[in-house]
Write a protein that binds this ligand. Structure first.
Ligand code: GH3
Ligand code: MG
Length: 436
């Protein structure tokens, strides 16, 4: 296996040599004492990790970190210092330092840490992810941006939360990194707005707070935030949060997809894409309870192709199937989106028509009979036409169960068949009506 490459940049030769002695059996080491040499080398060569003393001959570690960012060179930087107290963690993290190590405490155990950091870094590829960060502090956004650049994700930064809100819900971020205290609109408000959109239910919300304020965090979690990170945090901490939350987001998206597919399989008829018998009966029972509770009116319509056997016998079963598919299309086009259309069995269809006054039902049924009469299916030299018979009843107090209303619609259908087919019989509030 090729050895991983580490660049040591430090003004002190002694420090460089001490470190090299610990690492050289495990890593390929390159050393420089100045920022200029380091940058120059990294512009043309890649390394897996940069270990940096605070002082370099031509500036300090922060200046080096800054120049790396300016040159779009992203590698984890470990800062080594003889006295960690003299270095502000906040500054170091803002400049993108990965971690701070105390010189005297460095021993062989660092090798495993380094291997882990290199592994973590080399595996980040969130190029299919979209992340937004909202923070009214420019410095903080700049820090976050430098972390995001390393993830290869698509990202947008917002200084003004209102501008972010305007992009919702179509922007569909995988992760929102949100500050709590912002003048325009605080993190709680932004979280509430995100959670109003059901399209964004899997979007992960990571909250940044300056202190661990339990009651605030509790509120945020209750209203739908997913995770938090306490400032000042390191590049590594944010990276780990992002990687983990993307993982959860992708798993949840996948679960939703599977659930949707399962739901479709369980509720639809594969040939026509209409609802299947089981689903339509379930929906019928929901309509019956709504009728009983709130008197929401609805009607049940059963229809059946006339002499369908002849089509199958003359043209074959596949053409019969095509006719069923075309009938389904005509049903969808003629009825309303809120009507529930199902394939009840073979060539029999059952439609539930909610919220339609009974005087409108004859109009709908006439239109349906006519649309079917107009339809022609081209098959070789022939144009296949067909007709349907319909039975329909509106739900009234006299029906006690789903079976009773279905039986009534079925009786009406058979009246239509016996009366010569290509027509409908309706039972509306107890009065029978024939439509031809
Ligand atoms: P009627 O006017 O009395 O309804 O006559 P019909 O020939 O349509 O009725 P019948 O119930 O006697 O026959 C229904 C036919 O529908 C028989 C069956 O082969 C056919 N059928 C049922 N399901 C399918 C299907 O999925 N595809 C095709 N192609 N035919 C089907
Ligand atoms: Mg039939």
């Amino acid at each position: 296996m090729m050895m991983k490459k580490i660049l040591i940049a430090d003004a002190s030769k002694v420090s460089r040599i001490l470190l090299e002695n610990i690492l050289s059996d495990h890593f390929e080491i390159i050393q420089f004492s100045s920022i200029a040499e380091t940058i120059n080398y990294l512009k043309n060569n890649s390394v897996d990790l940069l270990i940096c003393g605070f002082e370099l001959t031509d500036g300090n570690a922060f200046k080096l970190a800054e120049l790396l960012k300016v040159n779009d060179i992203f590698i984890p930087i470990l800062l080594i210092t003889s006295d960690p107290k003299t270095i502000s963690k906040y500054d170091a993290y803002t400049f993108g330092i990965f971690d701070i190590l105390e010189r005297d405490k460095i021993d062989e155990s660092i090798i495993e840490d380094i291997n882990e950091i290199i592994e973590l870094y080399s595996n980040i590829d969130l190029s299919n992810s979209f992340i937004v960060a909202i923070d009214d502090s420019k410095t903080q956004l700049y820090f976050i941006e430098n972390v995001l650049k390393q993830t290869k994700s698509k990202y947008i930064l917002f200084e003004n939360p209102r501008e972010f809100i305007e992009t919702l819900p179509h922007s569909k971020p995988d992760i929102c990194i949100l500050d709590v205290y912002m003048d325009e609109l605080d993190g709680i408000e932004v979280t509430k707005i995100i959670r109003k959109y059901k399209e964004l239910k899997n979007t992960r919300i990571i909250i940044q707070t300056s202190a661990r304020e339990n009651s605030l965090l509790r509120t945020l979690m209750i209203i739908g935030a997913d995770d938090y990170i306490i400032k000042p945090y390191s590049t590594e901490e944010l990276l780990l949060k992002i990687i983990n939350n993307i993982k959860v987001k992708k798993i949840n998206d996948e679960l939703d997809k599977i659930n949707k597919e399962l739901f479709e399989k369980a509720t639809t008829d594969p040939l026509t894409g209409l609802y299947n018998r089981r689903f339509i009966i379930e929906q019928l029972n929901i309509l019956i309870s709504n009728y009983k509770r709130y008197l929401v009116p609805f009607a049940v319509m059963i229809l059946d192709i006339d002499h369908f056997k002849r089509i199958n016998d003359t043209y074959g079963h596949d053409i019969g199937d095509e006719i069923l598919i075309n009938l389904s299309k005509i049903l969808k086009e003629t009825l309303r989106k809120t009507d529930i259309i199902g394939r009840f069995g073979g060539e029999e269809f059952l439609c539930l028509i909610p919220n339609t006054p009974s005087e409108n039902l004859p109009i709908i049924i006439s239109k349906l009979l006519n649309n079917i009469r107009k339809f022609k299916y081209k098959y070789e030299e022939d144009e296949i036409t067909f007709t349907i018979s319909i039975g329909c009843c509106n739900f009234t107090k006299k029906y006690k169960t789903d079976n009773e209303i279905i039986k009534c619609a079925d009786d009406m259908l058979y009246k239509a068949k016996n009366n010569g087919r290509n027509q409908a019989f309706l039972l509306l509030d107890g009065s029978e009506l024939n439509i031809k």
